[in-house]
Structures are given as structure tokens and as C-alpha cells.
Design a protein around this ligand. Structure first.
Ligand SMILES: [Fe+2]
Length: 299
């Protein structure tokens, strides 16, 4: 097991619009793009008294594990039927804006191209849910969306542990992306000709699944389904305490959420061209290995 210090770049900032100089910004972007977790040990997200009433897992619809919120559409879903949405609406809107401020001040180069996606509130304990292996986030994986093709864009995520009882959110971080890709990419068959159109037609995907999305989903599934890999591969164990936040490119960093209850999360999309070192992106790494474009113009 490698140490937490390798996997994390720790930054002791204390607010969501931090005043940091360009040297810190450079260190942070280098760490993030090289596949480290940017760990903010002193960045809590305080809840109002009304919001604290929702620190219970039964506010989520019985079928789901999180309440989701789109800041762009001002829409909330995944709430149990008996609940009223107003309080969580405001909480997630505030979290969404806070996470946006954090990313745009810490990584100013990303600001013009950053797309704010969904936020989520996760009040259900991560350990102990019965799921299929593909859906089990306690297994090491890189993120890939089966129904929403990202077309090479990065998946950037901000998390905050808001547990009121002092419980950690426990993650594992596995080997670097290039090692994951070298191990699994050669085993993934090319997509069937015409399959992208077929998946779109059947409404399995929103838009065409590009070869990049096909291979990323292949990595995600093959990592999770390989029991031997899960048991043998090296990882660093990271415990995120309540009152801490962390930022990660979850399409690049092999990660597993082992346990923890009550977290907030905001997802962003970022075009590869907006990165400081685009060559570190999964898109460029996979294209280098395949020797071809994985998001062709025809898609
Ligand atoms: Fe994940």
C-alpha cells in the first residue's frame, strides 16, 4: 500500500473562494492533472438548522442512494415522496455555487470552459448496499457514464464530508491511469460498427457513444469485474474527515468509496483543451495507445 501523501495534495484553505497566489494555483493544477486528489482538510460546508433536519437516509427515494440537483435547470430529483424539496433545493444550489467558486478560483485556467453538471447529496451509508459489481463503488474504478457520452471531456468532481457524527468517508486510490489502461485496454474489443447509432436509437445513450466512451466504460466494467485485480492491486487508503473537501478527476483517478455517510458532491465537465497538460487526460493517453482519434469528427 502506498502512502496517503503520494495520493493527495493537501491544501489548507479555509473558504470556498480562496485567495491563493499563482504559485499555489500551479501546484494545485499540476497535482490534479497528474492524478492526485486535491485534499482540503479545513474546508467544511456548514448546514443551517433546517438543512440539518435532512441528515437522515430516509429522505432519499427508496430506489436510490442520493438526491440529485441540476443548478442549470433548477431541478431536484431522487427525493422520497413524503419530503418537500425546498430546503434541499437551496442547500444543493448553495453547494453548487460554492464548488463552482472553488474550482474557478483555484484553477482559473479552467474557468472559461468549465461546465457545471449535477450536484448530489449522499445520506446513505456507502458500505453495505447490495448491488451488482458494476454498480458497486466500493470496487476500484475510473468513472464513465453508460448513458451520457462525455466525448473526451473530463469528469471533475468536488466532494465534502458533512457527517455530523465524526465519521470518516473512506476511499481507496489505486494505480495511475496509464497503468490501468495498459492492463485493461488491450482486452477491450472495438465497438461494433453501427453500435453507437443503435444505442442512441434505443435511447440507451443520450447522444452517440464515441469510441472514447466505449473504451472508458470498458475500463470501468473490467476493473470492477476482475476480482483478482481488486484483491491484488496496490492502493492508498484515504480517510476524509467531516469538515473536509476534496477535488478529483474521477475519470483518471482509480478510486473506491469504501464507507461513509452524508456527503455532498458536485460534478463538472471540462474540455481537454482547457487543461494545463492535456497529454495527461484519459483521452490523450488512450489515443496514444490506440494510435487513432477516439472522438472522430463524424461522431
Ligand atoms: Fe466513482
Amino acid at each position: 500500500m502506498s502512502s496517503k501523501t503520494d495520493a493527495c495534495f493537501s491544501l489548507p484553505i479555509g473558504n470556498w473562494r480562496p485567495e491563493v497566489d499563482s504559485a499555489i494555483q500551479k501546484q494545485a493544477v499540476d497535482a490534479l492533472e497528474s492524478g492526485r486528489v486535491v485534499f482540503l482538510p479545513n474546508l467544511p460546508f456548514p448546514l443551517t438548522a433546517e438543512e440539518k433536519l435532512y441528515l437522515r437516509p430516509d429522505c432519499v427515494s427508496p430506489k436510490g442512494k442520493s438526491v440529485k440537483y441540476s443548478s442549470a435547470n433548477k431541478k431536484l430529483w431522487g427525493l422520497a415522496k413524503k419530503e418537500t424539496p425546498e430546503i434541499l433545493d437551496l442547500m444543493l444550489e448553495r453547494y453548487s455555487k460554492s464548488a463552482e467558486n472553488l474550482i474557478t478560483t483555484l484553477f482559473p485556467g479552467y474557468a472559461p470552459a468549465l461546465l457545471t453538471g449535477n450536484a448530489s447529496y449522499r445520506p446513505v451509508e456507502a458500505d453495505g448496499r447490495v448491488q451488482s459489481k458494476r454498480h458497486d463503488d466500493r470496487l476500484l474504478h475510473v468513472d464513465a457514464f453508460p448513458s451520457r457520452p462525455v466525448r473526451g471531456e473530463r469528469i471533475l468532481r468536488v466532494f465534502t464530508n458533512i457527517n455530523p457524527n465524526g465519521s470518516m468517508r473512506n476511499w481507496r486510490v489505486g494505480e495511475p491511469f496509464a497503468d490501468v489502461a495498459a492492463r485493461f485496454l488491450p482486452r477491450i474489443p472495438a465497438p461494433f460498427p453501427g453500435s453507437a447509432k443503435f444505442l442512441k436509437l434505443l435511447k440507451i445513450t443520450k447522444g452517440l457513444r464515441t469510441p472514447y466512451d466505449h473504451y472508458m466504460l470498458g475500463l470501468h466494467d473490467r476493473m470492477k469485474l476482475d476480482t483478482n485485480y481488486q484483491e491484488k492491486v496496490e492502493y492508498a487508503a484515504i480517510a476524509f474527515p467531516p469538515g473536509s473537501s476534496w477535488i478529483v478527476f474521477s475519470d483518471q483517478v482509480s478510486h473506491a468509496a469504501m464507507s461513509g455517510q452524508y456527503a455532498l458532491e458536485q460534478t463538472f465537465a471540462l474540455p481537454v483543451a482547457a487543461m494545463s497538460k492535456p497529454e495527461t487526460s484519459p483521452l490523450k493517453v488512450l489515443e496514444g495507445m490506440k494510435g487513432m482519434l477516439l472522438v472522430p469528427i463524424t461522431y
